[in-house]
Ligand binder design. Structure first.
Ligand code: C2E
Ligand code: CA
Ligand code: CA
Length: 566
């Protein structure tokens, strides 16, 4: 059977009108009016069809008032109250239905059911198409885990926003969550996912309508916001409370963030990706070398990056030429004034002057070059010990610093022992300083590292004690010989009673565990007295001596006359 041309043409127009939602189309209007249709809706609910299930019978029921998203295809404004729902499609995941409302005065018997069903089919096809499109858009532009925008989406919105605004009015941020691994460690990966989802939604709620926040993956986010809103935003993200995590019921987490900021100068323009790259670099430096929550990309940062690059470039030759050398800082028993040890601290003699560790240690640590430096200083220290012994000077034990990165160098313990052997000194002439760790994996490795070296007769001290996360549990699990109380506690001993209480408890516990305690950064007699009162007798600090070079140390060994503080 062949449809007549006019009907074919009309149907085609009808179809097109529905697809394009062109409800003003003459044919479309005409058909609707002839059938006395007031409006046609379709619903595009994607995933919560269960809401429409009758809980007793399990049957799917439909309530027109509960349609989540209805698009009105035609609305004459005159509704009869007669409503027909057609072709309810449900495949367990999505459902789509069409329904038709009739004009005033239409009764059930007046309805041309056959044609209305046909219209409903057309509406269904259009709805499915929309549905699919929405799903694709959603999948393409949102992050799979959290459902918030992904980078493509943020980028798209950024450029759309720029059609009505100047890029200079906005800052672009790259965020990395602080200590997020801790959440995973405490609650497992599931809690981690749950926390990220909760965090992501909180983040999205922090930005205004013409701003946007998205997830880059992992615990990384990208945001653009009004320059004027930056301060407020930074305050909010400095601590975000996560709670009621199902996978970690008793846990609440306060999550901070490292933030890198890209801002533009007056006439500057950069692409979204260029800005993201800047924010990325700033964020990375904040988290690494700078240890600073918020870092702005700018000239100073570029200088730092250049400086870092020149350190890295100069490093191999500097090691070869023995430009890195230890300075030695005395450790003193404050009750007697006796010299009880030294700490070897690295100096770089470069271009005719001494460069201090803060100028190169963080860079080398970040670049994975620190082991070479630590080994070089350790080696130089052993050489110095050997020489002093040969001079008959009887040097006390000397500690050297080992970055935590060393824990992941294969057989690092053997390498350390070989240096001691090769230099003809003994294991108890030296001491290894290592800082406490936060990450589980490091923590376990640290415990093994310490016990491996102790088995071979070395002394170990825990540096900067009290600044990490695991301080107290560390005391119970690790067999270190010495606890070095961080300078930040010493600094406030005379002003902050809390610091006194903390030092006192550390002393009590350390003594019970048979460890000795030394306070770092002692600068005044007053601090020394308080420490002795608290049971901490050993000190290292400017009050007694700054780090001094090999020759001055030789002099000090020849005649040492430190005074007791009491
Ligand atoms: P650290 O291990 O905590 O070393 C103590 C730092 O505090 C030294 O700074 C020392 O000069 C300084 N200091 C000591 N007493 C006082 C005091 O009374 N007042 C003040 N204001 N400062 C005091 P330095 O030598 O600049 O070293 C800084 C950091 O660099 C060290 O902190 C250590 O973390 C790192 N470092 C130094 N040498 C090495 C090394 O060979 N390897 C590694 N991995 N790190 C090193
Ligand atoms: Ca140290
Ligand atoms: Ca220290």
């Amino acid at each position: 059977m062949k449809l007549d041309d006019r009907l074919t043409e009309n149907l085609r127009n009808f179809f097109r009108a529905v697809v394009l939602e062109k409800t003003n189309d003459v044919i479309y209007k005409d058909i609707c009016e002839r059938l006395r249709v007031a409006g046609m809706y379709y619903d595009m609910n994607i995933s919560n069809a269960d809401r429409y299930r009758n809980h007793r019978t399990g049957e799917l029921v439909f309530d027109a008032n509960e349609v989540d998203k209805k698009i009105i295809l035609y609305d004459s404004g005159k509704k009869s109250g007669v409503e027909k729902v057609f072709n309810f499609y449900y495949d367990g995941y999505e459902y789509v239905h069409a329904f038709i409302e009739f004009e005033e005065g239409v009764a059930e018997r007046d309805i041309d059911m056959e044609f209305c069903e046909f219209m409903a089919d057309v509406v269904y096809i259009v709805a499915s198409r929309h549905n699919m499109q929405k799903m694709l858009e959603h999948a393409e532009l949102s992050d799979a885990l959290t459902g918030i925008p992904n980078i493509q989406c943020v980028q798209g919105k950024y450029y759309r926003m720029l059609q009505n605004a100047a890029p200079q009015e906005f800052v672009l941020l790259r965020m990395n969550l602080k200590n997020f691994k801790y959440v995973n460690e405490v609650g497992g990966a599931q809690a981690g996912d749950e926390a990220i989802i909760q965090y992501a939604h909180k983040l999205v709620n922090m930005v205004d309508e013409d701003e946007c926040a998205g997830r880059l993956g992992g615990d990384n986010f990208v945001i653009y916001i009004h320059k004027d809103n930056l301060k407020k935003f930074l305050r909010k993200v400095s601590s975000v409370k996560l709670s009621k995590l199902k996978s970690a019921p008793r846990n609440r987490f306060d999550i901070g963030a490292w933030v890198g900021v890209s801002e533009l100068g007056e006439n500057e323009d950069k692409t979204f990706l260029e800005r993201l790259n800047e924010a990325n670099i700033a964020c990375g430096l904040g988290k690494g070398r700078l240890n600073q929550d918020v870092v702005y990309y700018g000239e100073e940062l570029e200088r730092m990056i250049m400086q870092g690059r020149s350190v890295i470039a100069a490093f191999p030759a500097a090691v070869k030429n023995h430009e890195f050398m230890p300075f030695f800082q005395a450790k003193v028993d404050m009750r007697t004034g006796e010299l009880v040890g030294f700490e070897a601290l690295c100096r770089w003699f470069h271009d005719g002057r001494y460069v201090f560790p803060d100028q190169f240690i963080p860079v080398l640590d970040n670049e994975g070059l620190i082991t070479e430096l630590d080994m070089a200083i350790f080696n130089e220290t052993c050489i110095a010990i050997k020489r002093w012994k040969e001079m008959g000077l009887n040097p006390p034990r000397i500690s050297t610093n080992f970055s935590k990165k060393n824990l992941f160098i294969p057989n690092i313990e053997d390498k350390i022992l070989r240096v001691i052997e090769d230099n003809g000194v003994s294991a108890d002439d030296v001491e290894i300083e290592i800082t406490e760790s936060m990450k589980d994996i490091e923590y376990e490795r640290l415990i093994r590292f310490v016990s491996n070296l102790k088995e071979r007769g070395l002394y170990i001290s825990i540096d900067d004690f009290g600044t990490g996360y695991s301080s107290l549990s560390l005391l119970h699990n690790i067999e270190a010989d010495v606890i070095k109380i961080d300078k930040s506690f010493t600094d406030v001993l005379t002003t902050d009673p809390k610091s006194v209480i903390l030092v006192e408890s550390i002393v009590t516990i350390a003594k019970k565990m048979n460890m000795s305690i030394i306070a770092e950064g002692v600068e005044t007699k007053e601090q020394g007295k308080i420490l002795v009162d608290l049971g901490c007798n050993l000190a290292q600090g400017y009050y007694y001596s700054k780090p001094i070079d090999y020759h001055s140390t030789t002099e000090l060994l020849r005649n040492c006359d430190f005074e007791p503080v009491v």
